[in-house]
Write a protein of this length. Structure first.
Length: 772
């Protein structure tokens, strides 16, 4: 069974089955290195019978590595198959071999298993024919076997894509370094390992070491960051290759022209600022050199305040200056001082010192409680809120009414002055804190939003500013649209603070109480809007336009209702274009009647020649403008439950009476241009306002905002004591009248002629409506 015994004492069986995988490149399964239980210990110490030795298949007998690079690691596998009925223990004897390592060096192979022993070869020198004998034991010292390793060790040859690099900053590079790419190419059929040596800290190579596969290339990045040391911007980077006969190198040179820039002021004192409110200041940075200066501003980090600049980096031409906007916001009260470092490429860094004292403004609310009492749906009531700022800086507060859509903020113009504020002190904020200064077309105006599906609309967030040592008075308006009772603390806090923050800001915690009441007569819409309608001077009679609204009784018994006489803000010649039916009736509980309003453009043709029109946004009657445009009769208003229905259209009529000047008659475009010119004076609503009320005793709405004049009376009330603007207690002290009220809004008697611009009296001639 044993063919021969070698001179070294190991056995080479000649009648074992030949190993089939001669290349040894296949990674086989590995097993545990040492026996663990008693059976494995007994089997791994047993001496094998010669017949069992023939059942061990080991190979390949010669492990050929082919061509390898000097100092390069290459691994192949030596396989051992155990066809016996017991476990065997195989161990490689490579401890004394400098060029060969094994991983794992020993394994316990179960019956029928095949183990792969990883053999790694690394030869330090070039050799045309390298051979090495490797021995291994089976079951300890009982059996010793061997196999041969052979390889051809060749020198390594790696090529660099560049042998010299000049580093320069371009105009688009704002990084503090310049990066160049180099490719390391391996044209051999075997892998090669490399490593770079960089003698100067201004240069950096990524990666510093690695390996390149056969017939491939490796990308290497070389970074240069300017150095102020003499000679620090030049160096030679050396590429060392394992097993190569010589090294390769790259000559690197960095060019950085000297730049000069300085701050106009070395110190900026922001004095006192409010905590949580950003403060802006413009800084001047000037180029004092003869070449372009590239600058970058370094900001302080990890501080109880935030500071930013815009722009933070840039380029200044020779002699140029830049305005740098600095934003400072303190998160805590205290005195702060920090430096803004301006770094210039190739030049010196210049600091700018910022000083600031952050304080918490002392703001208090001069009301004890905001009690709106009971307000009917569709009506509104306003309560004045007075804020006092006793500190010496501007105070900004946030009033978050987003959870309370029935409440809004109104600021009368006479309550603030441009002497104290650069802009309006009350601003409605949209998404992301963007100011919304005018109502948009999507209904974001608090006066026009309506409830949907029985839920009140979302409210708004308001930003309020109070001047130093001043008071600000605004109106908190309650406009209920759903049946609800309210009792909450006014969500008014200093900007930058949450509602639970403990700050020395005075007493801002006030309770808001309000309750909505359902009226006895419900109206589906308070505005009958015909939108834009075109009126043409044709002989064909047109069908009137129609808009409907529903009146529903919400009373417990029969409800009698009637409409007052419609009043119009149009000139006398165009009255009667709106008609409404029915005008009166009786509704049982829950009963509904449809109110139909018609808009007849045919009635506009009587007594007029050519007619032109233009569109304009609707105006609004307010308590400030009613005294200028409304005459109040001596008859006192009926104290009934008022429901106001506004009938309107975007159609604005510009009439030219027959016999007017030829210039106006022949210039259609000129009339349109003049007609679209805004008219000075208060804005008025278009169309008709009709008061609808019950003829029996009932309560008056808490806050109606329309004024009426009776056609029979001549006594006039001043606007400030008009019954609809008096307190509710004063209104109810006057005697009540049982007959219906006929009210109208009257326009001014003065109409400006479109031809001469002179005011005329009586019925209108040519021209547009006087106001609005």
């Amino acid at each position: 069974d044993v063919a021969e015994v070698g001179k070294s004492g190991f056995v080479k069986p000649s009648n074992r089955p030949a190993y089939q995988l001669e290349d040894g490149s296949l990674a086989l399964r590995t097993y545990k290195e040492r026996p663990e239980n008693s059976t494995e210990l007994r089997d791994c110490k047993a001496v094998l019978h010669p017949m069992d030795i023939t059942k061990l298949i080991c190979g390949p007998p010669i492990l050929d590595f082919g061509k390898i690079c000097a100092m390069a690691n290459m691994t192949k596998y030596f396989a051992v198959t155990n066809n016996t009925k017991r476990c065997v223990h195989v161990k490689m004897n490579v401890d004394n071999l400098h060029e060969v390592t094994a991983s794992p060096a020993e394994q316990v192979i179960p019956p029928g298993g095949t183990a792969g022993m990883g053999i790694t070869l690394c030869v330090p020198r070039v050799q045309s024919h390298f051979t090495q004998l490797v021995t291994y034991n089976v079951n300890g010292e009982s059996h010793l076997f061997a196999f041969d390793i052979q390889a051809e060790v060749v020198p390594v040859n790696l090529e660099l894509s560049k042998d010299s690099i000049v580093f320069k900053f371009n105009a688009e590079n704002w990084d503090p370094f310049v990066r160049e790419l180099v490719y390391v190419t391996n044209s051999n059929t075997y892998p090669a390992e490399f490593e770079f040596e960089v003698p100067t800290p201004a240069f950096n190579v990524k990666p510093m070491k690695g390996s390149v596969d056969a017939k491939s290339a490796q990308e290497v990045a070389i970074d240069w960051e300017p150095s102020k040391l003499p000679g620090g911007n030049e160096c030679t980077i050396v590429l060392k290759v394992a097993g190569a006969t010589f090294d390769r190198s790259i000559k690197c040179v960095g060019e950085n022209p000297e730049g000069k820039a300085s701050w106009k002021d070395r110190t900026v004192d922001l004095k006192e600022v409010s905590v949580g409110v950003p403060v802006s200041r413009f800084l001047t940075l000037k180029n004092t050199g003869a070449t372009d200066a590239f600058f970058q501003i370094e900001l302080p980090k990890d501080q109880p305040y935030t500071i930013s600049v815009e722009p933070q980096y840039g380029r200044l031409t020779a002699g140029a200056a830049a305005e740098i906007e600095m934003m400072f916001e303190a998160g805590e009260a205290g005195a702060y001082q920090c430096d803004l470092m301006c770094h210039v490429r190739g030049g010196k860094s210049t600091p700018l010192t910022v000083k600031v004292e952050a304080i918490v403004p002392s703001v208090s609310c001069a009301v004890d409680e905001l009690n709106f009492d009971k307000v009917y749906l569709g009506a509104s009531r306003a309560l004045a809120v007075k804020l006092l700022n006793s500190s010496g800086i501007m105070a900004e507060l946030d009033l978050n009414l987003r959870l309370y859509g029935a409440f809004s903020v109104d600021l009368p113009k006479e309550n603030w002055s441009t002497e104290d504020y650069d802009d309006t002190p009350v601003v409605r904020l949209g998404p992301g804190g963007t100011p919304v200064r005018t109502p948009d077309l999507r209904g974001n105006d608090p006066r026009t939003r309506t409830a949907r599906d029985g839920k009140e609309p979302e409210g708004d967030l308001y930003r309020l500013s109070v001047a130093p040592k001043k008071a600000l008075v605004f109106n908190l308006v309650f406009r209920p649209q759903v049946m609800e009772s309210y009792a909450f603390e006014l969500p008014l806090v200093l900007t930058g603070y949450t509602s639970g923050a403990e700050v020395a800001a005075g007493d801002l915690t006030k309770v808001v109480l309000a309750e909505s009441l359902r009226p006895k007569l419900l109206v589906s819409s308070s505005e009958l809007n015909f939108n834009s309608r075109i009126c043409m001077n044709e002989r064909v009679k047109k069908i009137p336009y129609t808009v409907e609204a529903d009146f529903t009784s919400n009373d417990s018994g029969p409800l009698e209702w009637c409409l007052g006489k419609p009043t119009s803000m149009q000139p006398a010649g165009v009255k009667g274009i709106f008609t409404v039916h029915p005008k009166e009736g009786t509704l049982m509980p829950g009963e509904k009647v449809t109110l139909k309003a018609t808009f007849n453009t045919n009635d506009l043709k009587t007594g007029f020649g050519e007619m032109l029109y233009f569109l304009r946004e609707p105006g609004l009657l307010t308590s400030q403008t009613v005294g200028q445009m409304v005459k109040v009769g001596r008859t006192r208003l009926q104290h009934g439950q008022q429901i106001l229905v506004k009938v309107m259209s975007d159609l604005q009529i510009l009439v030219k009476r027959k016999g007017a000047s030829a210039r106006a008659g022949n210039s259609r475009g000129g009339m349109l241009q003049r007609a679209s010119t805004p008219v000075d004076g208060p804005r008025q609503p278009r169309g008709s306002l009709m008061p609808c009320y019950r003829q029996t005793d009932c309560t008056d709405p808490p806050s109606s905002r329309y004024a009426y004049s009776d056609a029979l009376g001549s006594k006039r009330y001043p606007s400030e004591i008009h019954p609809f603007f008096e307190p509710a207690q004063a209104r109810h002290q006057r005697p009540m009248s049982a007959r219906p009220m006929s009210a109208r809004l009257e326009s001014s008697n003065s109409v400006r002629s479109i031809d001469s611009g002179r005011p005329t009296s009586g019925r209108p001639t040519s021209g547009r409506p006087t106001s609005g």
